[in-house]
Each structure stands twice: as C-alpha cells, then as structure tokens.
Ligand binder design. Structure first.
Ligand code: GDP
Ligand code: MG
Length: 201
C-alpha cells in the first residue's frame, strides 16, 4: 500500500539557548503536555512533532532539541539545516542566559536563511522571586533585533502553547505560497518536505 503523507506542510523549528533554560521541558510541554522535574540531559539531537491546523492546512511542527550540544556553545550545522523557525530561549532567573542570546542569534542568522522566523522566549516566568531579567528589558532587546518576546513557564504551562503557535503562525504567514503554486511549501524545508497530502483538490 502506498503511503500518503499525513500532513500538508512540514515546518522545522529549532530550539536554541544556554543549557538549563528549559528547552527540553518546553518541547515536552508543547508536544506532550507534561512537566517532569529533573529529567536527564542526553547528548545527540532529538526532535518531536505535533500536528496543528492553520487555515485548513494540516501543519506538522517538527521541533528539534539540542540534546545537550549547546553546552559546548556551538551546535552542528545539521541542526539548523532547513529550519524555517528558531526559538531563542533564555531563563528569566538567569541573566547570563539572557546575555548569551546575542551569541545564539548570531549562530541562527549565520546558519539559516534570512527568512527564518525567530522568537525570543523568556522561560521560567514562575520564578518571580529570583527573576533577574525584566520583560521590559527583554522587549527592548527583542525590538532592537526586530524580534518579539514572550515569557513562558514550562512548569505551570503558562504561554507555552501561545509561544509555539505564535512562531508557527508567523512561519505560515511568511511562507504562504501564492495561490497559483500547487506544490505547497517546496521551499520551506528542502528535502524533508513531503509531497502534497493527496493528489486531489
Ligand atoms: P535545557 O538544558 O534547556 O533543555 O533545560 P531543561 O529543559 O533540561 O530544564 C533545565 C532545568 O530547569 C530542569 O531542572 C527543569 O525542571 C527546570 N525547568 C525547565 N523549565 C522550567 C520552568 O518553566 N520553571 C521552572 N521553575 N523550572 C523549569
Ligand atoms: Mg535539553
């Protein structure tokens, strides 16, 4: 039996930012709705997906997680290849992770195309008493770089869906092909992009 792809478009989105900011927990929260304290960091790229609908299209959000490579400050080029979105994560209770956003933004800009959408995420918003970076400061940083920022908590789930859905909608709107183009999304994710879901309509 021939297998038809189960979705219309595939969006590859990468998570970047210092070790410990909560990238893996955000991914787990978005894809599985769970939060488990202190899971073990592993080495090697990992990814998970979640299918969502945007304007009658079934979008497969394929979210890549570093698996701990970021501890060495540099992530392999394969990680970024064909990414159409990047989530730049810092920890609101850790100033260094915020200061290091510049490093990650440069790496994303160097490794991906100009049109790659980037969203800044200030995670651990539940840690009010140990906060080191205000939303105002983060908003100024984001604006300076032509980006938006959203604060999340993978722990209490606040804004996690909003952050992921925000960048996916942004990608969708940015890359939306003209109505005359039939093979949707062929430029979105290179070789990974599947053919259209069905031959019809
Ligand atoms: P990664 O290295 O960026 O992938 O970070 P992890 O997802 O492994 O999380 C690092 C640590 O931060 C773990 O102990 C998590 O339980 C904790 N953590 C992650 N997200 C949150 C959050 O939103 N709030 C709080 N309080 N802790 C979090
Ligand atoms: Mg991790």
């Amino acid at each position: 039996m021939s297998q038809l792809p189960e979705y219309d478009e595939l969006f590859k989105v990468v998570l970047v930012g210092n070790s410990g900011v909560g990238k893996s927990k955000l991914l787990a929260r978005f894809t599985k709705e769970e939060f488990v304290q202190d899971s073990k960091a592993t080495i090697g790229i990992e990814f998970a997906h979640k299918d969502i609908h945007i304007q009658n299209q079934l979008i497969r959000a394929q979210i890549w997680d570093t698996g701990g490579q970021e501890r060495y400050r540099s992530i392999t080029a394969v990680y970024y290849r064909d990414a159409v979105g990047a989530l730049l994560v810092y920890d609101v209770s850790n100033r260094k992770s915020f200061n290091d956003l510049d490093h990650w933004l440069k790496e994303v800009r160097t490794a991906t195309g100009e049109e790659t959408r980037v969203l800044v995420i200030g995670n651990k918003s539940d840690l009010a008493s140990t906060r080191e970076v205000s939303l105002e400061e983060a908003a100024r940083y984001a604006e300076t770089n032509g980006l938006k920022v959203i604060e999340t908590s993978a722990k209490d789930s606040s804004n996690v869906q909003e952050a992921f859905l925000g960048i996916l909608n942004d990608i969708f709107n940015k890359h939306r092909p003209s109505p005359s183009v039939h093979s949707r999304g062929s430029k979105l994710s290179g070789k990974q992009n599947p053919p259209k879901k069905s031959g019809c309509c």
